[in-house]
Design a protein around this ligand. Structure first.
Ligand SMILES: Cc1ncc(COP(=O)(O)O)c(C=O)c1O
Length: 372
C-alpha cells in the first residue's frame, strides 16, 4: 500500500515553474503600481492577444465561463421559454447557464465512443423535439473537439444558433481552425485548472460577429449602451479584472507548449491502456485524461492502491440533477447514462514528472480486467 505522500496528485497547481511564477509576480506588481484594476490596459491587451491566437475578430473578457455561456446564448437571441439543445454529460454548466435565462435544456445523447455530441445524436434530438430549438451548445469535452462542423451544417439548415463551449478545449483545432471558430460564438473559462487558467475566476466569449460581441460587451456591464444608460436586457456585472488579465497574458504564450506536454502524457497513457476515451491529436489538448471501466469503483480502488489519484467527470448527468423548482425533461440517454457510470479520470497536468507518468501508465497497464 502506498502512503498518502506517494499518491500522485490528480492536479497540483503549486507546481507552476518558478520562472513562470516570477513573471506572474512581475505582472501583478505592474497592475498594483498602475492603480487601474478593472477594464484597463491589461484587459484590452489580453482580449487582443487571445483574439490573435484564436483567429477571432472579437474577444470579450468576462467574470467566469458560466456567465460566458449565458451571455452568449442571450446574444444569439435566446429568451425565456426557448429550448436549447445540449449534452447531459458535461458537468451541467450549459444547463445551469440556460436555466438562468429561463430557457429549457433539451438533451442530445452523446456518441458512445467519443462521448461527444455528434451530428447523428444532434439530429436525433431535433427529431424528438419536432420544433427546432433556438440554439445548441456544443461542449468540446475533456479537451477533445466534437464534430462541430457536422453539427453546424445541420443547425444552419434549421436556423439554429451554435454556441461552442471551449472551456476544456482552448487551443484545440481541426484543420488549423481553432475550436470555437465553427459556430456563431464560443465561450471559455479561465478557472485555475483550465489549460489556460487564471489565479481566480475568469471567462470570455469569442466570435467573428461584431453584433454578438457588442451585445456581450453591453451585458457584461449592466446592459449599458453608454455609461449609465441601459439599452438592453440581461445586463449584469461580469468583468475580467486587470490582475487576472495580466496573469493570463503571461500564460497565453505558454499554452501551445503546455498542451503539447499534455498530449505527450496522454500518449503514454494510451500506450498503457486500451480504455482511454481520446487520442492525442491536433483536435485534443489533453485537458482531462479519461478512461472507462466496467467496474469503476474497483478500478479506482486499484489505482489508489497503486498511488494514483482519480476523479470522475462527471458522475451525475444533467437530466438526473435535482433542481428543486423543476426537473429537467425526463429523457432516456443510453450512451450518456452508460458513460456516467463508467468514466474516470487519471492525473493530467503538464508538470507531472516523467517518472509519475510512468507510474500512472504502469498502474493503468496492470488493470488487466479492463482490456477491451
Ligand atoms: C465545459 C465547461 N463549461 C463551462 C465551465 C464553467 O466555467 P466557470 O467555472 O468559469 O464558470 C466549465 C468549468 O468550470 C467547463 O468545464
Amino acid at each position: 500500500m502506498n502512503s498518502p505522500s506517494d499518491l500522485i496528485a490528480f492536479n497540483d497547481l503549486s507546481r507552476t515553474p518558478r520562472e513562470v511564477m516570477a513573471d506572474i509576480e512581475a505582472a501583478v506588481a505592474r497592475v498594483l503600481a498602475s492603480g487601474w484594476y478593472v477594464m484597463g490596459p491589461e484587459h484590452d491587451a489580453f482580449e487582443a492577444e487571445l483574439g490573435a491566437y484564436l483567429g477571432a475578430a472579437h474577444v470579450v473578457g468576462l467574470g467566469n465561463g458560466t456567465d460566458a455561456i449565458e451571455l452568449a446564448l442571450a446574444a444569439v437571441g435566446v429568451v425565456q421559454g426557448d429550448t436549447v439543445v445540449t449534452v447531459a454529460n458535461a458537468g451541467a454548466y450549459s444547463t445551469v447557464a440556460m436555466r438562468l435565462l429561463g430557457a429549457r435544456p433539451a438533451f442530445a445523447d452523446v456518441d458512445a465512443a467519443t462521448l461527444q455530441m455528434s451530428p447523428a445524436t444532434f439530429q436525433a434530438a431535433l427529431d424528438r423535439l419536432g420544433e427546432p430549438p433556438r440554439a445548441v451548445v456544443v461542449t468540446h469535452l475533456y479537451g477533445a473537439m466534437a464534430d462541430v462542423a457536422g453539427i453546424v451544417a445541420i443547425a444552419r439548415a434549421h436556423g439554429i444558433a451554435v454556441v461552442e463551449d471551449c472551456a476544456q478545449a482552448l487551443g484545440a483545432a481541426s484543420g488549423g481552425i481553432k475550436a470555437g471558430m465553427f459556430g456563431d460564438v464560443a465561450t471559455t473559462s479561465f478557472y485555475p485548472t483550465k489549460n489556460l487558467g487564471a489565479l481566480g475566476d475568469g471567462g470570455a466569449v469569442y466570435t467573428n460577429s461584431a453584433d454578438i460581441a457588442t451585445a456581450v460587451r453591453r451585458m457584461r456591464q449592466y446592459g449599458w449602451v453608454s455609461k449609465y444608460s441601459i439599452g438592453l436586457d440581461h445586463g449584469r456585472n461580469s468583468r475580467l479584472d486587470e490582475l487576472q488579465a495580466a496573469i493570463l497574458r503571461v500564460k497565453l504564450p505558454l499554452l501551445d507548449g503546455l498542451n503539447d506536454r499534455r498530449r505527450e502524457i496522454h500518449s503514454a497513457y494510451e500506450a498503457a491502456s486500451p480504455r482511454m476515451v481520446n487520442r492525442a491529436s491536433e483536435s485534443f489538448i489533453g485537458h482531462l485524461a479519461v478512461a472507462t471501466s466496467d467496474h469503476r469503483d474497483e478500478t479506482r480502488a486499484a489505482l489508489r492502491a497503486a498511488g494514483v489519484a482519480t476523479d470522475v467527470h462527471y458522475p451525475v448527468p444533467d437530466h438526473h440533477q435535482q433542481f428543486p423548482s423543476d426537473r429537467p425533461e425526463p429523457v432516456s440517454l443510453p450512451a450518456t447514462e452508460a458513460a456516467s457510470a463508467a468514466v474516470y479520470s487519471v492525473p493530467m497536468f503538464p508538470e507531472l514528472t516523467d517518472s509519475e507518468v510512468e507510474r500512472v501508465s504502469a498502474a493503468l497497464a496492470s488493470l488487466d480486467d479492463d482490456r477491451g
